[in-house]
Design a protein around this ligand. Structure first.
Ligand code: TYD
Length: 212
């Protein structure tokens, strides 16, 4: 399962780091380099996964506990991998996913304090040793990130409404993941304008894959 024709690139980080915009711009860059990108996101990105998304992201912050939430994210992730990501990689496409498993480690493992070991038990059953080829971790001060989400007109805000300490723990979680996986992860300063963040990300792709 590990060596597939395409590449799997994930974007991770807290709320309000601008991941979705950056993912779109990255897909444009791949196209310019004659590579077919598949842009997707978690939770979601496959039949079944979108329904689970609705269950997890709406409603009261205490609607699910950390264990229930983790199982739901991984149920959604399993369909995303099985029905969307793995088939695309086998076809030789480059998949860009707005969030993947590092989000569960950071949000549920650190933020909700379930612990990394507990999350990894579910991870092993669901994902095995498959992992992204490259992960960008978009990092920004928690308050600055959350203030960017304020104007958003949506009801999928269950996590944005969690206490500030939750977000601080989650940010630390992402930075720990980056330290523990230096080959796979690159931390990007997200407290810069959109173009500069994208420039930093493209520089990594140029360096790793020889793009122009
Ligand atoms: P989304 O609206 O996609 O937010 P964002 O634009 O910030 O990515 O909602 C995803 C929310 O779900 C976000 O607050 C992070 C959270 N989440 C987890 O807690 N665990 C996970 O495994 C994933 C994938 C997301």
């Amino acid at each position: 399962m590990s060596k597939m024709a395409g590449k799997f690139i994930t974007l991770e980080g807290g709320d309000g780091t601008g991941k979705s915009t950056q993912a779109r711009l990255l897909a444009d860059f791949l196209k310019q380099n004659n590579i077919k990108p598949l842009l997707t996101r978690e939770p979601g990105g496959a039949p079944g996964s979108d329904e689970v998304r609705e269950l997890i992201l709406t409603g009261d912050p205490d609607r699910w506990d950390a264990v229930g939430e983790t199982l739901l994210f991984y149920a959604s992730r399993r369909n995303h991998l099985r029905l969307t990501v793995w088939p695309a990689l086998e076809r030789g496409e480059w998949v860009i996913s707005d969030r993947f498993a590092d989000s569960t480690i950071a949000y549920q493992g650190y933020g909700n304090q379930l612990g990394v070991d507990q999350v990894m038990k579910v991870h092993e059953v669901t994902v095995g040793d498959f992992e992204p080829d490259l992960t960008f971790i978009l990092d920004i001060d928690v308050k600055a990130g959350l203030s960017r989400t304020q104007g958003r007109d949506h009801n999928e805000d269950r996590f944005e409404r969690m206490e500030i300490e939750f977000h601080e723990r989650m940010r630390e979680g992402f930075l720990d993941i980056a330290k523990q996986n230096p080959e796979r992860c690159v931390v990007i300063n997200a407290d810069q304008n959109i173009d500069k963040v994208q420039e930093d990300m493209r520089a990594i792709l140029k360096d790793r894959y020889g793009f122009s």
